[in-house]
Design a protein around this ligand. Structure first.
Ligand SMILES: [Cu+2]
Length: 142
């Protein structure tokens, strides 16, 4: 007859191995996305440089936005298809994804977590700017 202590030890060992298999190299790992840093500039010609960016979903994103123009500008992440003529900060995908309106020569750095995979837009909320073309593409990948 096998002593009870040996049986208990065996069961504990097996459970430990099963847990290790699940958590380790089981292929089901969901590694946290690497942080992403983006630098954007806004210009009075109603454009951004760069004109697009792509980040993985869930990534911590830090944006440094510099106003290279003489006018005020901002950087706001909104859903694709947002009406450029009426866009305001209230349209933000997440409230943190906004530089705030900044004056000529100013820089603002802000951070947010990349939303669900999909296509978004970066827009300037200063009236008239987004309709004039101050829009950039923002893609979030799986
Ligand atoms: Cu602008």
């Amino acid at each position: 007859m096998i002593p009870k202590k040996i049986v208990v030890l065996f069961v504990v060992l097996m459970l430990g191995l099963m847990l290790a298999a699940c958590g380790g190299g089981g292929g089901g790992e969901t590694a946290a996305p690497e942080p992403v840093s983006l630098a954007f500039a806004g210009y009075d010609e109603f454009r951004y440089d760069p004109e697009s960016a792509s980040v993985p979903t869930g990534a911590p994103v830090t944006v440094t936005f510099t106003n290279e123009g003489a006018l005020e500008h901002d950087w706001l992440l909104v859903p694709q298809g947002t009406d450029a003529t009426t866009v305001t900060a209230a349209n933000a995908v997440v409230p943190e994804a906004h530089s705030g309106v900044i004056a000529s020569g100013e820089t603002n750095t802000f951070s947010f977590t990349a939303p669900a995979a999909g296509t978004y837009q970066i827009v300037c909320t200063v009236p008239g700017h987004a309709p004039a073309g101050m829009v950039a593409d923002f893609t979030v990948t799986e």
